[in-house]
Design a protein around this ligand. Structure first.
Ligand SMILES: *Cc1c(COP(=O)(O)O)cnc(C)c1O
Length: 391
């Protein structure tokens, strides 16, 4: 551990040197199964050959030129993302928080264009949108905000998965111009809303001319069994943000928009030095290519169901397992009591997992996880949970 790193993370006592697919190796050549994919980033697993080749080839030619010039790879990537999403334009940046910043700026400018001088966005309790001042203000978790006041104004929080709370907020506030929501709350505890939640939000946004903005930073890129989680609902949002898995570890974020939102940010109103540079775009293009060629979203459906069925079967007698839920490969095992110690205990069994909301084991396995690795994951986790809930 270094004294020269700002202590913003509580880090586990392990450091990895190389990986392959869902496996990671540490300095002592000890092997671990990565069931969290670098927090939903490495959907194609580690050291994927297609990504390796793409970024090597690109770095040989050109890494960066800046957005002062046309960037063909960026245009290709934008076209691909628009084809996949049916949205119209893309702004590229470097992270999820930045993608959401772009969405928030779009909404505010859209509001001003409608004559609303204090545009306000409806956001959700237990949401997570990032760590910048705007995105932490939008986030629905006081732990993320404490000590950073004054917060940015222009957000109204309502309970997640509650349509009447949204309707009320709109009724009482004339400044509402949009709704920003995660299709499934990730950091908030893998909260999966009612099946028609997004459809109802779409209808409300149409009725009141609000921007429907989806934070798909964690749910996007095949994670839930569709390329975008909103595709489970057959709707199209006005704005959609991506990051995490878009570059499989090469930092890249994107804010997609359509209709009124698509042309709101004009020359000089927003920017990013690195955003959408050649190296990042080459990685993202390789990710999308691989995702399509290997049908990885479909694999997320099958493997997610397989993992959860096995977990449910093996843990069904355990009264302290409250709920096992998933959409594709976004998986939660909710226990009746806090279980953060499980992260360390799993590490000792060579398994990398995550716990959110104190009592929810969160799994975000790489979509390329193999049958043998799934067995190791399920067996190890069942043992850990059984042992943990005995006490
Ligand atoms: C991780 C995450 C973010 C923040 O992304 P960063 O790249 O860390 O800025 C935003 N929204 C959601 C839903 C996330 O899961």
């Amino acid at each position: 551990m270094s004294n020269h790193i700002m202590p913003t993370y509580g880090r586990l006592p392990v450091s990895f040197t190389h990986g392959e697919g869902a496996w990671l190796w540490d300095k002592n050549n000890e092997r671990y199964l990565d069931a969290i994919s670098g927090i939903g980033v490495c959907n194609l697993g580690h050291a994927h050959p297609a990504i390796h080749v793409a970024i090597c080839k690109q770095s040989e030619k050109l890494i960066h030129t800046s957005n002062l010039y046309n960037i063909e790879l960026q245009e290709q990537l934008a076209q691909k993302l628009c084809e996949l999403s049916k949205l119209e334009t893309v702004f590229f940046c470097n992270s999820g928080a930045e993608a959401n910043e772009a969405a928030i700026k779009i909404a505010r400018r859209y509001g001003h264009s409608q004559g609303i001088t204090e545009p306000t966005i409806i956001v959700m309790d237990k949401s997570f949108h990032g760590r910048t001042m705007a995105t932490l203000s939008a986030t629905g978790n006081s732990k993320i905000k404490n000590g950073f006041e004054p917060l940015l104004q222009g957000f109204v929080h309502v309970p997640f998965d509650n349509i009447s709370a949204i309707e009320q907020a709109i009724q009482y506030n004339k400044n509402i111009i949009g709704i920003l929501v995660e299709p499934i709350q990730g950091e908030g505890g893998v909260n999966i809303p009612a099946e028609d939640y997004l459809n109802k939000i779409r209808a409300i946004c149409d009725q009141h001319q609000l921007l429907m903005m989806l934070d798909e930073v964690q749910t996007g890129i095949g994670r839930t069994g569709k390329f975008f989680a909103f595709q489970h609902n057959n709707i199209i949002p006005d704005v959609c943000t991506l990051a995490k898995a878009l570059g499989n570890g090469v930092p890249i974020g994107a804010c997609l928009a359509s209709g009124k939102a698509a042309k709101t940010l004009t020359a000089g109103t927003h920017g990013s030095t690195f955003g959408g540079n050649l190296l990042a775009c080459s990685a993202a293009l390789a990710v999308l290519n691989e995702l399509e060629n290997q049908n990885l979203a479909d694999q997320a459906v099958n493997k997610g169901a397989l993992i959860c069925n096995q977990l449910a079967e093996k843990l069904q007698q355990n009264t302290q397992v409250k709920n096992i839920r998933h959409k594709g490969m976004m998986i939660a095992i909710e226990l009746s009591a806090p279980c953060t110690e499980l992260i360390q205990q799993a590490l000792l069994q060579n398994l990398l997992i995550n716990v959110t909301s104190e009592n929810v084991i969160r799994l975000l396995p790489p979509l390329v996880i193999t049958q043998e690795q799934i067995e190791f994951l399920v067996n190890t986790l069942v043992e850990l949970v059984t042992e943990h809930t005995k006490q």
